[in-house]
Design a protein around this ligand. Structure first.
Ligand SMILES: *[C@@H]1O[C@H](CO)[C@@H](O)[C@H](O)[C@H]1NC(C)=O
Ligand SMILES: *[C@@H]1O[C@H](CO)[C@@H](O)[C@H](O)[C@H]1NC(C)=O
Ligand SMILES: *[C@@H]1O[C@H](CO)[C@@H](O)[C@H](O)[C@H]1NC(C)=O
Ligand SMILES: *[C@@H]1O[C@H](CO)[C@@H](O)[C@H](O)[C@H]1NC(C)=O
Length: 814
């Protein structure tokens, strides 16, 4: 019986293959124009009907290249998306739209490329290129894959919107073919392009731009779907967004953005979240200025700068090379106070926030960080030296304080102490695990845990199965991106767009199961299918060997997740120890350092650039310009960083000690709550804080006096401290400026052609509260090491202050 099934299956596949190879190129020649005409709000169109390479699958109706917003060209460059123009005749939606202008990794010289990535990655990128060749700024198009059942039946099917990842700088929805999912599960699948790099993510700059336009493109696409998808047979009340990698960060951001509220109902996050260190472009204004100056645009005035950038040919903009620190993002989503109102972590921690209103399914693949190893390293492994450089770069780029300590614990945590000598391949594996955990897995599970406090269901998976025919070495398990072909059901047809592998029979079953889980989640917000409903789905059409098991929800106590492989299993507490390291220990280490003078935060011998991997922290020419001329958000945050640091600077007492608890609190009440874990002395905190308050106000006075004195003596050396002095005044000014900026922005959208209208303007913008960007490199990487000579004096004054406060509290206790 079973053999028979396999046999017939094989025959079919064999036939398919023959037919495929005889009659088809990449996209079949068997496409025909669909009989039905769809009337969208902007004009009518016809799709094409495509038979799939698996005869058990119903054909799909495909609509390629539908404009969902006006071409963001000319004066619309760097502007939020605007609704698309109308058209008159019936449009045949049979060819993919152009992809957005982008900077693909340079892989022209293979010898060079293999020094930066493993050969399998190179091959993958090569398969993507054909889909990314035709670029144009006029790129806001989407593609729709609809099951052919909609041709005959008047039903409404759920909608899945895929948001591609890989990078904020390149890629396109065109490369992802949703036809198998659509056919298999009778669901509509939509892929689309949105603006990338600086075109999509020029940050908010006072008086000219708003930022997050690429994210607004996604909102515009979701908006278009709400307006039009019902005509195609889609259910506007069942829209699910699925994102992979950077796309998952977008899904997460859309989930917390008030702009996208009501435009979708569920989210799926693969291998990424808004909590990953690379998810938010925290230095975007700095990079904007750097890019502008390389293009010889004025950088003093935001208005002139943006106007100049707007006039530059796109090729010139794409040709500029910026040195972006590894693991961080130059141009990407920013916290602008409107589209992303606040730090994602703050929003996600709030139970009542939007984040908790959507159903969520999220997970990772077994190995998330792998593409930075060279071909040779993949083959022979890496030494401790290279590992240390990778770790130092990671720690140096994503943390500010106690870098040396964090590095030591990281090294200790990810060393295999059970072997006398670690094999280079083992070192590579442990290093890759460490960076995976830090960049993707830790943040994603943190996102899951915030969720699990709320009421909506959360489902977590870990994709462990590595394709048998995978080009990658077998020892690591599923590598980042290897799960995607299963989500797109590729094994069922053998080959789909850029996914071109051979899959085994059991992998076909796995793919089917994954599509079933995912689409059932898209339909009901729960990947499980009740027994009695299974009849309705496609299971019986294609023999189903995959043993589907009940997928429990994720909660913070049991932490159950589905381990997806040929034999699925329910497990719990995924990498609990390592993730606790990233989510609990390191933040504590890091936070306890926020009172430390910055140079104690450096690595020992931090000047020695050999210790870092290629591009380490922000290059100094960037940083040098930061405190003086830069945009609103950076200015405020750098000023506030300096402010805090200066205060704590005074109170800290020695190079190697962590700040003694009695000297730090009192300045910011929340700071003290954050550090109370350092001591059990909190019992006498009331008495203490009185003392401290007095002590600190004296200290502030001291600082100010010293500042004044030194300033007159040596202006440049104390420039840094002056910022402190000016901080408050500036803040008030900035706030006023900003208010008028907000006001102007709303009415500043350029005039539109008569045929199109503006997207609904964002609701009256709340005044952007000064964005609290965690104190990042600005200070720690200042070229000139801050205040070298002033230290002893300040320390001195501190010592004088501190002891009395301690003894007096002790007296009070007695
Ligand atoms: C590629 O780079 C290598 C080493 O950097 C160089 O020797 C070689 O000539 C380059 N090949 C081409 C085709 O440019
Ligand atoms: C989604 O579709 C299902 C049936 O497929 C329906 O029961 C449900 O009400 C729809 N809407 C939402 C928001 O789930
Ligand atoms: C798939 O299998 C065919 C025939 O067995 C082989 O020629 C081809 O190279 C394989 N493709 C991949 C990507 O492994
Ligand atoms: C401290 O935190 C509380 C709640 O977490 C908040 O209401 C308050 O405004 C914060 N205070 C400061 C000074 O940040």
């Amino acid at each position: 019986m079973f053999l028979k099934q396999v046999n017939s299956y094989l025959t079919k596949h064999f036939l398919c293959l023959i037919i495929l190879s005889c009659f088809r190129q990449i996209h079949g020649t068997t496409d025909r124009v669909s009989p039905r005409v769809i009337m969208t709000k902007y004009g009518s169109l016809k799709g094409i009907i495509r038979e799939l390479a698996n005869k058990d699958l119903q054909p799909v109706e495909i609509f390629y290249g539908i404009p969902y917003a006006s071409a963001p060209v000319g004066s619309l460059r760097f502007m939020p998306p605007v609704t698309p123009p109308h058209w008159r005749n019936i449009r045949t939606a049979s060819s993919l739209g152009p992809v957005c202008p982008q900077k693909f990794p340079d892989i022209r010289n293979h010898t060079e490329a293999l020094k930066r990535m493993p050969p399998e990655r190179l091959a993958y990128l090569h398969r993507l290129i054909p889909f990314l060749n035709s670029q144009s700024e006029d790129c806001l198009y989407l593609n729709i894959y609809a099951p052919s059942i909609l041709l005959h039946k008047n039903v409404k099917v759920p909608v899945i919107v895929f948001i591609q990842g890989e990078s904020y700088d390149w890629n396109s929805g065109n490369a992802y073919d949703g036809s198998v999912i659509s056919s298999l599960a009778s669901i509509i699948v939509i892929t689309f392009n949105f603006r990338l790099g600086i075109l999509g993510f020029l940050p908010a700059l006072e008086e000219v731009t708003r930022g997050n336009n690429g994210l607004m493109d996604q909102v515009a696409a979701l908006h278009w779907i709400q307006e039009n998808i019902a005509e195609f047979g889609g259910d506007i009340h069942n829209v699910t967004i699925i994102g992979h990698g950077h796309g998952a960060a977008f899904v997460n951001l859309l989930m917390i953005s008030p702009m996208a509220k009501g435009l979708f109902h569920r989210g799926v996050m693969h291998s990424g979240s808004a909590l990953s260190p690379w998810a938010i472009a925290r230095q975007a204004p700095v990079f904007t200025r750097q890019l502008a100056s390389k293009l010889k645009c004025p950088t003093k005035s935001n208005v002139n700068m943006v106007y100049c950038l707007r006039d530059r040919p796109i090729e010139q903009i794409l040709n500029v090379q910026l040195a972006v620190p590894d693991y961080l993002t130059a141009f990407g989503p920013t916290i602008d106070g409107i589209v992303i109102p606040n730090e994602p972590e703050v929003l996600m921690g709030d139970h009542n926030n939007l984040y908790n209103q959507y159903d969520l399914l999220l997970g990772v693949s077994r190995m998330e960080f792998y593409f930075q190893f060279s071909a040779n390293e993949e083959r022979y492994g890496i030494g401790e030296d290279r590992r240390n450089r990778l770790f130092q770069t990671l720690v140096g780029n994503i943390y500010t304080y106690h870098l040396q300590e964090i590095f030591y614990v990281l090294e200790n945590e990810y060393t295999d102490w059970e072997r006398a000598v670690e094999h280079p391949i083992n070192i590579l594996e442990n290093t890759a695990d460490a960076i995976s955990d830090g960049l993707v897995v830790g943040p994603l599970f943190k996102a899951a845990k915030y969720r699990a406090k709320g009421s909506k269901k959360t489902f977590v998976f870990v994709f462990g199965h590595q394709t048998e025919n995978s080009e990658y070495p077998k020892r690591y398990g599923c590598i980042h991106g290897e799960d995607l072909p299963y989500v797109f059901g590729v094994p069922l047809v053998g080959k789909l767009a850029h996914f071109q592998h051979n899959y085994s029979r059991s992998e076909t079953s796995l793919a089917q199961a994954v599509v079933l889980y995912w689409t059932s989640f898209a339909k009901k917000g729960d990947p499980n299918i009740p027994e009695d409903e299974e009849e309705d789905v496609f299971v019986d059409r294609i023999g189903d060997r995959f043993e589907r098991i009940e997928w429990p929800t994720f909660d913070n106590i049991r932490q159950k997740y589905l381990s997806l492989g040929i034999k699925p299993k329910i497990r719990d507490h995924y990498r609990a120890h390592q993730l606790s390291f990233w989510n609990n220990l390191i933040p504590k280490l890091h936070r306890s350092g926020s009172g430390t003078p910055p140079h104690y935060s450096f690595f020992e011998g931090h000047d020695n650039s050999h210790r870092y991997d290629e591009v380490a922290a922000l290059p100094s020419d960037l940083v040098a310009s930061t405190p003086k001329d830069n945009s609103y958000s950076v200015e405020v945050s750098s000023a506030s960083t300096l402010f805090n640091v200066n205060l704590f600077f005074v109170t800290s007492s020695g190079p190697s000690t962590t700040p003694p608890v009695e000297t730090t609190p009192g300045v910011d009440p929340n700071y003290s709550t954050a550090t109370t874990h350092l001591s059990e002395q909190s019992t006498y905190s009331t008495a203490l804080s009185v003392t401290i308050a007095v002590g600190c106000s004296l200290l502030i006075l001291n600082v100010l006096i010293f500042t004044g004195m030194f300033y007159q003596k040596d202006k440049s050396r104390l420039e840094v401290k002056l910022q402190t002095h000016n901080y408050k005044m500036k803040m008030t000014q900035e706030t006023d400026n900003l208010a008028s900026f907000q006001h102007k922005q709303v009415s500043r959208v350029p005039p539109l052609s008569p045929s199109s209208q503006e997207l609904p303007p964002p609701p009256p913008a709340p005044l952007i509260t000064p964005i609290k960007i965690p104190p990042k490199p600005i200070y720690a990487t200042l070229e000139e090491k801050p205040v070298p000579e002033a230290q002893p004096l300040l320390y001195h004054s501190c010592r004088r202050m501190a002891p009395p406060s301690r003894s007096s509290t002790e007296e009070m206790r007695v």
